[in-house]
Design a protein around this ligand. Structure first.
Ligand SMILES: NC(=O)c1ccc[n+]([C@@H]2O[C@H](COP(=O)([O-])OP(=O)(O)OC[C@H]3O[C@@H](n4cnc5c(N)ncnc54)[C@H](O)[C@@H]3O)[C@@H](O)[C@H]2O)c1
Ligand SMILES: O=C(O)CC[C@@H](O)C(=O)O
Length: 410
């Protein structure tokens, strides 16, 4: 059967060491043109490779800006093999008719476990004791060393990760308070703080779990750090832009904060061979990790399967359920029909032009699915048509003004 892109012709470009479970998921579905890179690509190379790709998979280091996406003439969909999607210009992708998928939960537990481990380590002063032992020193002392039990954990951003951290912290006997811009169901005995300021003033350990947005950029700066309790601890496993790293280094140097654990940085090395530079380097009371909050084998394996499956569902069936930037449709299979996809700018008249086209050709529509948002309309049409008719219909659909992408799926 003739489709716009037979599976064996669909080129999948996977960057940044996306798990092999993704490759295997594509292969099991009959996709054979899969290119896997261990690193992100320099911008020029990314533009060149994305121009050839139908499906692109990235993690947090590849920046799919509007300019990069302009080169993606054949692109069907983008997969972020992680939670964060801030590295993709989602609006630009949507305007080009390209849905973006991610894995909203697959590494949640991994991040939460690391945060709890770090909270305990910081409360006990382990980073500095460990560093001193490595230099041949010895400080057997209880000074500055505390149990987690009875301490207050302040969770900023009470979403998937923040709530998991809260539940685990309560099992250690910690009191949990949280701050979120949305009204949230408090799990266990957790309580909403009156404000961010209130949380900062009350928490012994503050942990950040907000996404990167204009509102969260530098949300923890000198004033917020000053509002924290003397001797408090800060954990950031969200995004590097959320904390003013210079102000954090200063608060640590002055001893206002007793320690910190930082997994994400305003500027991160592109690959494992590139140098890491930060004002926090060399501070014994700071746990530094190379953006590995979600990097466990379990999480990466699950993410590979989850995101590849979403990309396949869109590529093979047209479903956009859980796309982060696109009208969502969940489609049944209609194997006895031909399925055509039409993505267009959401301007008046496009749908009637589409329907006129089918009635003029005397083609019976078996089913039609439409979902729109303010800018983009997505129509899936199942028709009783033969192969030649479907190909001709696709060409006519492509000629409708406002069309962004069109395909014959099967
Ligand atoms: N370090 C890592 O490896 C790693 C792994 C996974 C996720 N992350 C980061 O963690 C972030 C959070 O992940 P999640 O799955 O919990 O996301 P989520 O969307 O489930 O939760 C985020 C929460 O933050 C809240 N929020 C948004 N803006 C806010 C603001 N200005 N002030 C207060 N609250 C605000 C939201 O309402 C939401 O409840 C991700 O966006 C990603 O950037 C990092
Ligand atoms: O794997 C990555 O590069 C990003 C991990 C994490 O920050 C996420 O957003 O899920």
């Amino acid at each position: 059967m003739k489709t716009s892109f037979p599976r064996q012709d669909i080129r999948v470009l996977l960057l940044e060491g996306v798990s092999r479970s993704a490759v295997e998921t594509f292969q099991r579905a009959g996709y054979s043109q899969i290119e896997l890179h261990a690193k992100s690509l320099p911008e020029d190379e990314l533009k060149a490779r994305i121009a050839e790709a139908h499906i692109v998979g990235i993690r947090s280091r590849s920046h799919l800006t509007a300019e990069v996406l302009e080169h993606a003439r054949r692109l069907i969909a983008v997969g972020c093999f992680c939670i964060g999607t801030n590295q993709v210009d989602l609006e630009a992708a949507r305007r080009l008719g390209v849905p973006v998928f991610n894995a909203p939960y697959s590494n949640t537990r991994s991040v939460a476990e690391l945060v709890i481990a770090e909270a305990i380590m910081l409360l006990r002063g382990i980073p500095q004791k460990n560093a001193l032992c490595h230099r041949g020193g010895w400080t057997k002392s209880a000074a500055g060393s505390y149990e987690a039990r009875g301490k207050t954990l302040g969770v900023v951003g009470y979403g998937h990760i923040g709530t998991q951290v809260g539940v685990l912290a309560e099992s250690l006997g910690m009191h949990v308070i949280f701050h979120d811009v949305e009204s949230k169901l408090a799990l266990g005995n957790a309580r909403a703080a009156a404000s961010l300021q209130d949380l900062l003033e009350r928490a012994d350990v503050v942990t950040l779990h907000v996404p990167e947005t204009p509102a969260t950029k530098l949300m923890i700066g000198a004033a917020e750090l000053a509002a924290m309790r003397p001797g408090a601890l800060l954990i950031n496993a969200s995004r590097g832009t959320v904390v003013d790293i210079g102000a954090l280094a200063d608060a640590l140097r002055r001893g206002h904060l007793a320690g910190a654990a930082v997994d994400v940085f305003p500027v991160e090395p592109k690959g494992n061979d590139d140098p890491f530079v930060s004002p926090l380097v060399g501070m014994d009371n700071v746990i530094l990790t190379p953006h590995i909050g979600g990097s466990t084998l379990e999480a990466q394996d699950n993410i590979g399967i989850e995101v590849a499956s979403k990309l396949l569902r869109y590529s093979d069936n047209g479903s956009t359920l859980s796309a982060v930037n696109f009208p969502e449709v969940s489609l049944p299979e209609h194997p006895r029909s031909r399925r055509l996809l039409h993505i267009h700018r959401n301007v008046p008249g496009v749908l009637s032009r589409i329907n006129e086209l089918f009635s003029a050709g005397n083609i019976n529509i078996d089913a039609q699915f439409l979902q729109t948002d303010t800018e983009v309309g997505y129509v899936v049409i199942d028709v009783a048509a033969d192969e030649a008719q479907a190909a001709a219909l696709k060409d006519k659909l492509a000629a409708i003004p406002g069309t962004l992408r069109t395909r014959v799926l099967y």
